[in-house]
Every structure is written in structure tokens, then in C-alpha cells.
Design a protein around this ligand. Structure first.
Ligand code: SF4
Length: 449
């Protein structure tokens, strides 16, 4: 990596900002501001810094509507909002998807709009940690905060997750390296284990790497539970791991003082999906008969957890919430975005702070190409290519303040550091405006106008 000169040309420092990238929600960032633009970021990892630093070449700056030739052309806010409201008000099966990279305050207006038109509201959990949420409903949620891990944990397990690449400051800020109240020597007081088929960067930083076979998670966890319950393993090798290694690992987990299991998409995306998390939760509960253990899902976006917490608080269900009957319903496999799109049900799709164009399977995106798509976002991306109406929002934690929830459920207030471009609007304002306009259209219909 080439040496980069430190940035010295700035005229303002804004401290205690929160990174709007991953579920670590690092809230110790310093922005270097010059002429109203962030020109440098201190303390963030490369992922966080590259998101916060200005990349105006990719920025969505003006509202746009796709014309009859298929081109997105600039329009004014009134026209774009009216057209979007008209589409939403006339939809039979609207889906409002995304939300994980915007504020709770914006979601509040999204729920109101969803209730008004009988939409399905869903977030990125549907393609990410949704199986973990299902498992929590099945088996419970022995969770702890990241602060408890920092101060107490002497054994940390990363299972099906490569924190060094996906959450780069996780090990440095919360788990392996920080010196905690009861872990004064930091890394020397902790045993780090990575369970992953690949020898990842996280495995390289660990004391123990358990390279079990891909899709072997359930069998491996099952074997650990059996050993923990005093059973003899009948097979010599389980999921590619010799039984002696499993026995040794279980003994270490049993005799530690405080352990935490961080798990990721290696468990939620492989065979058995939510059942992998079920059994991981069961293992933690079994371990608690001997010592203290908890787990934390490595939530991806900085506010993906926020949508699930807020939705569950407001409506009783965490994601894939269907208001089509006038009350909230939640049926996995029925009311999740990918299922709906694959069945070609939605007739209008609003995507806010997400990029399904880049991250959805082809079959789902094929239907998006055939229906009106409204996009609220700050960046041009594959979803913009699918969008018929584009509404440029603002950057939470940089240009707009808002609340988010960290991966462990701790709420963080993300402050504003600079002004947004004059032609853009706050996400919260955009969704509130849409709600008001749709309400007006519905009112006029009822009045027979
Ligand atoms: S670890 Fe995550 S939240 Fe922290 S600076 Fe990096 S991307 Fe941002």
C-alpha cells in the first residue's frame, strides 16, 4: 500500500462523528472540513473513510424521471414527488425496501406511508441476517453489548464471519485488542477463535482456526453440543475436523471466564440457514450451565439492526411486514422482498438507502425492470439503472443527523457535520412529503374529485 500524505489543508475539525458504514457504528470519528466539504476522516477504517469522503462524481444531485426514450432526465422536486406519490397511491401491491442506511426518524414516516397504502415494508435483513431473526424467535437471544465484550471477554469466537474485511475495526475496538476493565493486558488476556472454511484475514489474527467444511456448520455445532453434554462422538472426523480438536475446543470454551460468539453470513447464507443460528444459540445456552457466554450477530449496515428493532417495537415484527390487510402481518417466505419479486407480485417498488440492482438475484431484478421503481438515495448505482424516479437524499451522519442502532442494539445518535448540496433533500423530509401527497390523493379519491 502506497504511503499517503496526511491531510493538512482543512479549515474545521468536527469531532465525535459516527461512521455510516458497518454495524460497528464507530462513533469516534473526526471529520476534516474545508469549504463545507469533508476532505479527510480520522480514526475510520478504509471502508468507513472512503464512504464519508466526498465522491461527488457518483453523487445523485437532482431529482430525475425516466422519459419515453428510457433516459433519466432532470426534473424539479414538485414534479418528481407528485409523480412518485401518484404511483404509490395507485399501486395494488407496493413494496418499500431498504432503510438500513438511513435514520430511524425516516423509517417512522415510512411506516406511516406503508400503513396508508397497504405496502410491504422490508429491509436488507431479508437477504442478510433475517435467518438470525427467525432463530431468535425460535430459540432466544442471549446477547451482550460490545462494551461487555471489551471489558470482560477472555474468549472470542468469530464464526462464519471475516471481521477483518467486513467490520475492520471490530477486533481493534471491541474484541481482540482493546484493554478492558477486567482485561487490562488487551490481546494477551484473550483467546481468539475463528471458525471458517477459509483461512481468512480474521483467522490469521486468531489463536485458533477451525476450518470446518463449507455447509458443515450444523453438524459441527451439533458435535460441540454433544461433547458439552458429555456424549462420546461416534465419528472420528466431523465436518472435516478431528473429534479430538472438537473436544479440546469445547473444553476451552467451557473453562473460559466470559465468552462471546460473533457470527455472520457464513451461518445465515449456508445450508440450514436459520437452523445454524438456532443451534449456535442452543450451544450458548448449554455453555451457560458451566460459565458465561453470549452471542452477537455481525449486523452489516450501520442501521440494519435499527429497522428491525424499530419495526418490532412499532409493529410487532422485525422485517417483511405486510400491511395489505390493514394490519401488520409477517410470514417468512411470503412477505419477504425476494419472494414477492420472484412471484412477480409487486406493481410499484420504492427503494430507499439500498442497492437491490447490485445485490438481488437476477430473477428478482428482472421483475424490478418491468415495474415502476422509485429510488431515494445519495449515490448512482445499479439500482439507478432500474429506477423510473430518482429522489436524491442526504447522507446520515455527515449531512443529516439521525438515530441508528449498533449491531448489539445500542442506539447511537449520528450528528450532522456539513450542509447537504442545495439540490438534495433530507431522507426524512422526502418520505414525509410522499406521505402527505399520497394522503391528499387518497382523500381526493374518497371525496370523488
Ligand atoms: S469498522 Fe465499520 S463503522 Fe467502524 S470505521 Fe470501519 S466501516 Fe466504519
Amino acid at each position: 500500500m502506497a504511503y499517503e500524505e496526511p491531510i493538512t489543508d482543512y479549515d474545521e475539525i468536527v469531532e465525535n462523528c459516527t461512521c455510516a458504514f458497518c454495524g460497528c457504528n464507530c462513533d469516534d470519528l473526526t471529520y476534516l472540513v474545508k469549504d463545507g466539504h469533508v476532505v479527510g476522516v480520522r480514526h475510520a477504517c478504509r471502508l468507513g473513510a472512503s464512504k464519508v469522503m466526498e465522491d461527488m462524481d457518483q453523487r445523485l444531485m437532482v431529482p430525475m424521471i425516466r422519459n419515453e426514450e428510457g433516459e433519466l432526465v432532470e426534473t424539479d422536486w414538485e414534479t418528481a414527488l407528485d409523480k412518485a406519490a401518484e404511483l404509490i397511491a395507485g399501486a395494488v401491491r407496493p413494496v418499500f425496501y431498504g432503510w438500513s442506511e438511513t435514520s430511524i426518524e425516516t423509517m417512522k414516516h415510512g411506516i406511516k406511508l406503508g400503513e396508508l397504502v397497504g405496502a410491504v415494508l422490508d429491509n436488507q435483513a431479508t437477504i442478510c441476517h433475517g435467518p438470525s431473526l427467525q432463530a431468535v424467535q425460535n430459540a432466544g437471544y442471549p446477547v451482550n453489548t460490545l462494551g461487555e465484550v471489551k471489558n470482560r471477554a477472555d474468549m472470542i469466537v468469530y464464526s462464519g464471519n471475516n471481521a477483518m474485511n467486513s467490520h475492520p475495526r471490530h477486533m481493534g475496538r471491541y474484541s481482540a485488542f482493546p484493554r478492558g476493565y477486567f482485561r487490562k493486558r488487551g490481546r494477551f488476556d484473550k483467546t481468539i477463535v475463528t471458525m471458517d472454511p477459509r483461512y481468512t484475514d480474521t483467522a490469521k489474527m486468531s489463536d485458533i482456526w477451525v476450518g470446518f467444511e463449507q455447509n458443515g456448520d450444523y453438524e459441527f455445532y451439533n458435535a460441540m453440543r454433544a461433547v458439552l453434554r458429555g456424549k462420546k462422538l461416534k465419528k472420528d472426523v466431523i465436518s472435516g475436523i478431528p473429534k479430538e480438536d472438537i473436544e479440546e475446543l469445547v473444553e476451552a470454551m467451557k473453562t473460559t471466564q466470559y465468552g462471546c460468539l460473533f457470527f455472520g453470513l457464513g451461518l445465515t447464507h449456508t445450508l440450514s440457514k436459520q437452523r445454524n443460528i438456532d443451534i449456535a444459540i442452543n450451544l450458548i445456552q448449554d455453555l451457560n450451565k458451566f460459565t458465561k457466554w453470549n452471542l452477537v450477530p455481525m449486523r452489516g449496515h450501520f442501521n440494519v439492526n435499527g429497522f428491525n428493532i424499530f419495526m418490532a417495537f412499532e409493529m410487532g415484527f422485525p422485517y417483511g411486514v405486510d400491511f395489505s390487510r390493514g394490519y401488520p402481518r409477517y410470514m417468512n417466505g411470503e412477505t419477504n422482498t425476494i419472494d414477492l419479486l420472484t412471484r412477480e407480485e409487486p406493481d410499484v417498488f420504492m427503494v430507499i438507502a439500498a442497492d437491490p440492482g447490485a445485490h438481488f438475484p437476477g430473477g428478482a431484478n428482472r421483475h424490478l425492470a418491468n415495474i415502476p421503481v422509485i429510488q431515494i438515495d445519495i449515490h448512482w448505482g445499479p439500482s439507478t439503472e432500474l429506477a423510473d424516479i430518482v429522489l436524491p437524499g442526504s447522507f446520515i451522519g455527515v449531512e443529516a443527523a439521525g438515530t441508528s442502532y449498533r449491531m448489539d442494539g445500542v442506539p447511537i445518535y449520528m450528528k450532522k457535520a456539513i450542509d447537504k448540496p442545495e439540490t438534495c433533500r433530507d431522507d426524512e423530509w422526502i418520505v414525509r412529503e410522499l406521505h402527505e401527497r399520497v394522503q391528499k390523493i387518497k382523500g381526493e379519491k374518497i371525496a370523488g374529485k
